[in-house]
Design a protein around this ligand. Sequence first.
Ligand SMILES: Nc1ncnc2c1ncn2[C@@H]1O[C@H](COP(=O)(O)OP(=O)(O)O)[C@@H](O)[C@H]1O
Ligand SMILES: [Mg+2]
Length: 291
Amino acid sequence: MSVTTATDTAAADRAAAGTSSQARLTARHVSKAFWVEGEQDPTIALQNVSLTIDEGEFVCIVGPSGCGKTTFLNLVAGLLPYDEGSIEISGKRVNGPGRDRAVVFQQSRLLPWRTTFDNVLYGMQLHRRFSEAEMQKRAQDYIDLVGLHGSERRHPAQLSGGMQQRVNLARALATDPEILLMDEPFAALDAQTREFMQAELLRIWQEAGKTVMFVTHQIDEAIFLADRVFVFGTRPGRLRAEFEVPFERPRRLSIKRSPEFLALTDQIWSLIEEEASRAGFMQPAPAESRS
Ligand SMILES: Nc1ncnc2c1ncn2[C@@H]1O[C@H](COP(=O)(O)OP(=O)(O)O)[C@@H](O)[C@H]1O
Ligand SMILES: [Mg+2]
């Protein structure tokens, strides 16, 4: 696969990241329970989850609501402690947040009083890893990469939802994390913008060469984006299955209409439907009525 349009900064980051052959993320037997005051039993949000994500890989986690997707992402991000097991990023145990990880949430979490440019600077300013001149250059390069050239002086309120998520993405990438964690980042966007952002994210990912863990409940989004899809189940939240996605890259949105894509969607959907009915959310539907 050849990438010809990368900015210097993205290309340099990509080259530097490509030097280790270690798994980027290793989770071993991870469990997490929540105790809620007034409730007899804890909620087992995650039970015995083991998985690895390779350097440069794009992995999606899908599953019905409440299966522990966000909890897992928060454990990896170091925003919550795990009860059992271990999580390592490039061989280093996660013990809280760190600058080796960057998170993009559903809400764009931009500072409303800062411009696009200053919002992208913000993550790097917190980390204090780059010099002032480097920060300026990286901010501009990643703004260009996400397609926001010309909107540097705008404030978040002057940007569409899709543009706000682009700022968020630029901010995360500019910090040069070892892994990018995304939790339903396009869920608040309208359907058309969402599709467009999926294609854009793949383009940006190929240029930036980052390892990505992307959480979504939308199956077609997961398949379109990922090298591998992990399907989580509910009650207790756990890893149910793992699918390799066979489609070549670069991918076009039109592959979503191909028979192979629809067959894989159906396979994952059956599993999720099973999980949702186990959890009492829905009755299983006859196979031919699935869409
Ligand atoms: N802070 C919390 N306190 C108590 N229960 C929680 C908390 N966060 C999540 N849970 C519970 O853990 C389970 C998994 O939640 P979550 O990770 O948000 O699922 P998902 O992102 O897959 O929808 C759910 O049953 C949820 O109610
Ligand atoms: Mg969630």
